[in-house]
Structure formats: C-alpha cells, structure tokens
Design a binder for this molecule. Structure first.
Ligand code: KIV
Length: 305
C-alpha cells in the first residue's frame, strides 16, 4: 500500500499528462518542499509534485506567498528534486519573478529548471500573462497556468475569496483558460471557483485542469501536503481541505514522550549508548585514568570539563 509507485512505475511527463486527460484518468497532485516529504509523496505514486510558493505560508512562516523569493524557491526545489523519481516536478514562480517582463521571467524560470531541477514552472494569472507563457514555452520551458483565486494577487483581491461568481467573471475565466492553452500552457490550476464553472473550464480545454477548491469536475486534484497531514497553522481551514491525519498532535505526543524519558533518565538506555572497548577500559584502569574529576582538577588549564 505504501509504495504505490511500484504498481505505476512509468515516469509522468508533460506529454503523458495530455494523454491521461484524453483517457479520462484522474491525476493526483500534492505539494512538497523538502527531501523526505518528496520521497514519501513520490513513492506513494503521486503524479505531479508541486513546489508551491505556499512554501511561504506552511514552511517559512510568512503570512502570505507574497514575500517568497526566487532563491527560496530554488533551494526548496533542489531539495525536492533529490527525492523525486516518477512524478512530474513543477516549481512555482514566486511573486515578482515574472512581473517585470518576459526576459526576467525566462531568467527566473531557467534558474528553477537548471539549478532547482524542476521539469516545469507554474505562474499565476490569465490572459494578461499569456505573452509571458508563450515566451517561456518558446524557450523550451513547460508552463502550468493558475487561474481563479491567485494568492499572489492577495492585495488586489483584498482576501482569499471564491472567484468566478458572476457571468462576467465566468466569461473572463473561460477566456483566461483558452488564452493560456493557446499560449502553450500544458496544464492549468483552477483555485477556489464554483464546481460547475471548473467543470465548464475543464471541458473547454484539451489540457488537464488541476483543481483546488474547484469541485470534482477537474482532471486532477491538488492539496497542500501540510493541510492533508494536519500540520498547518493557518487560522482558518478552507472548506475544500480534507485533513487525513493530525500530524501536529502525533508529533507533540512523540516529543512529550521523549521529554519525559530524558527527564526521568529512561533515555538513553545502555542499548542506545556506545560501550567502551574492553581492552581500552583495562588500559585506562592500569593507567589510573578512570577518575575524571581528579584529572580535571590536576589540569585546569586544559579547558576540558
Ligand atoms: O502554492 C501552491 O501550493 C499552489 C497550489 C495550492 C496550487 O499554488
């Protein structure tokens, strides 16, 4: 059960995603930000692993994704890369790394690909970002789009709210999706939009849609791994989050038991300590070096305690 990858060994690639959509397969996507999590997520058979800029909220302790830097994204992507074999590895382009023009976007994306080892990048925004997506694709950089609720637009949106609620907003979403597909995006994240609208968008494009808070009509689902595991410290839990375990409680329990053992002397035991070789013990005894207190007193200038 744990190592699902053994049953689905074939590497997930950009072209294989489109084929999966055509076959009607539902794809599984999760975030990861470090090596051990990446190993577990990949070995469990997850199809896409996203080094999301949600890194800022769930790992770095920022209160939004806005402060996340390109250096931070590169460092975490490198760590995840070392743990991933099968899944397609996608890295988020952080706020500010593609907003100043296509050349800057190419430079930033190349860092995530060359230094980070990502196979694709994701950026937020619809039609307005299509020229940048097109340029990245021309430079051989696969791009995943992201529309609906785009957390990097926090200050413009004034909060994390349901998108696509009006007829105009639905038209805009459909136009955004088509513009990104035409620009060459290979997949599209739909975040926090009504399920009917996500289904409509999914049916209107050939590239796979990856839903988060977008209902069951998408081709794939993504969750932030910390939300799924119960290790998120965010003040509110969005309605789309399904928490599969309470890792915070399990960790606290383990730490409490360790602390209790240290304080009571139950840890470490003899079996958890390194024994002195018998011949060294005998030599120490012969040389009368067993009395550490006496040695310390005799050589106070050595600085050893
Ligand atoms: O940053 C992130 O983790 C994301 C996903 C939630 C889609 O963008």
């Amino acid at each position: 059960m744990a190592y699902l990858k053994q049953q689905r060994p074939e590497k997930v690639t950009v072209p294989s995603l489109r084929e999966s959509k055509a076959r009607g397969e539902r794809l599984v996507c999760l975030t990861a930000y470090d090596y051990p999590t990446a190993r577990v997520v990949d070995e469990a058979g997850t199809d896409l692993i996203l080094v999301g800029d949600s890194l800022g909220n769930v790992v770095l302790g920022y209160d939004s994704t806005v402060p996340v830097t390109l250096d931070e994204m590169v460092m975490h992507t490198r760590a995840v890369r070392r743990g991933v074999e099968r899944a397609l590895l996608v890295a988020d382009m952080p706020y500010g790394s593609y907003h100043t023009g296509a050349d800057d976007a190419v430079r930033a994306a190349l860092r995530l690909i060359k230094e980070g080892g990502a196979e694709a990048v994701k950026l937020e925004g619809g039609k307005a970002r299509a020229p940048i997506v097109k340029r990245l694709v021309e430079e051989e950089i696969p791009v995943m789009g992201h529309i609906g609720l785009t957390p990097q637009s926090l200050h413009r949106l004034g909060g994390y709210r349901l998108q696509g609620k009006t007829v105009d907003a639905v038209r805009a979403l459909l136009n955004d999706a088509r513009a990104l597909e035409e620009a060459g995006a290979f997949a599209l994240v739909l975040e926090v939009v009504p399920r009917e609208i996500a289904k409509l968008v999914t049916e209107s494009v050939k590239i796979p849609t990856i839903g988060i808070g977008a209902g069951d009509g998408c081709d794939a689902q993504v969750l932030v791994i910390h939300d799924l595991l119960g290790l998120s410290f965010s003040r509110t839990r969005p309605r789309f989050v399904r928490q599969y375990m309470d890792l915070r409680e399990l960790m606290t329990d383990a730490i409490n038991r360790y602390a209790e053992d240290v304080r009571s002397g139950a840890y470490p035991t003899e079996a958890e300590s390194y024994p002195l070789p018998a011949e060294t013990a005998a030599e120490l005894e012969a040389a009368a070096i067993g009395d550490v207190d006496a040695a310390t007193e005799a050589e106070p200038e050595s600085g050893r305690t």
